[in-house]
Write a protein that binds this ligand. Structure first.
Ligand SMILES: Nc1ncnc2c1ncn2[C@@H]1O[C@H](COP(=O)(O)OP(=O)(O)OP(=O)(O)O)[C@@H](O)[C@H]1O
Length: 244
């Protein structure tokens, strides 16, 4: 953790929206991994309605600075995965809502974008062992043995952003710790930007620089991991009280 310093603070802004009432922007200072880090993702009024007309995302506004780990937590069905999927266009967001490095993601080549913004899902199919062991597993099935350098490159050099959807929920504590260590190291050494959805509040507290609480398709709180007990939204409070 870096010492408090105005130069190292970055502004994350999100709008609080309560049932159609747009509240003033909530500004949260985030200790960033680097001085002067730029915004990696800008999300503006990201909205999704299901085919049946049910609201899924209700106007998400968020700036994600480069080189930090953002944790997204919230109840089941609150829209966490949908936000992640919008970031690498597994769900195509409306144009003008998601920007990477200042570019509307929908204007970019989708495959190039996904190389830059990697997505890792829950890793239940993986086995105990190091992250490197797990990265080697897929290519090994196809008869390709990755060297240590190639493994590191796969993990460290290719994506600029890693999106993680419950990556460790089926893993033992040692594998979980390995993954958390790698994420923090990649952030610190490579400036990797990470957005992680997790049901484990403790995990988020261990690795995230900032935590977004999503309830009913709305970001209701943006807090530092050490300040989660200060959440004011009733559903967020309940979720945090009951969570582990
Ligand atoms: N393509 C779709 N069509 C209809 N409904 C959808 C679609 N995608 C997601 N939903 C619904 O949107 C809501 C949000 O889903 P999402 O998977 O993003 O939530 P989540 O917060 O990640 O949930 P969980 O913690 O259970 O994984 C859910 O009610 C889900 O059923």
């Amino acid at each position: 953790m870096l010492p408090e310093s105005p130069q190292k603070n970055l502004l994350i802004e999100t709008s609080l929206q309560v049932r159609g009432i747009k509240n003033p922007l909530l500004a949260v200072n985030v200790e960033a991994a680097k001085d002067g880090a730029e915004t990696k993702f800008r999300i503006r009024n990201l909205t999704k309605v299901s085919d049946a007309g049910v609201p899924i995302l209700n106007g998400i506004d968020m700036d994600i600075p480069k080189g930090i780990i953002v944790g997204i937590i919230g109840p089941s069905g609150s829209g966490k995965s949908t936000v992640l999927r919008a970031l690498n266009r597994l769900w195509e967001p409306p144009s003008g809502t998601v920007f990477i490095d200042g570019h509307d993601v929908t204007d970019l080549d989708v495959l190039g974008h996904r190389r830059k913004v990697g997505m890792l899902f829950q890793l239940p199919a993986l086995f105990e062992g190091t992250v490197a062991d797990n990265v080697r597993y897929g290519p090994q099935l196809k008869g390709k043995k990755l060297t240590d350098d190639e493994v590191y490159k796969t993990l460290a050099n290719e994506p600029e952003v890693l999106l993680l959807d419950e990556p460790t929920s089926a893993l033992d504590p040692i594998s979980t710790q390995n993954i958390e260590d790698v994420l923090v190291k990649l952030k610190e050494e490579q400036g990797l930007t990470v957005v992680i959805v997790s049901h484990s509040i403790k995990q988020i507290q261990r690795i995230a620089d900032v935590v977004c609480l999503l309830v009913n398709g709305e970001i209701v709180e943006v807090l530092k991991p050490g300040e989660l007990s200060e959440a004011k939204h009733p559903m967020a409070q309940r979720f945090l009280e009951l969570g582990s």
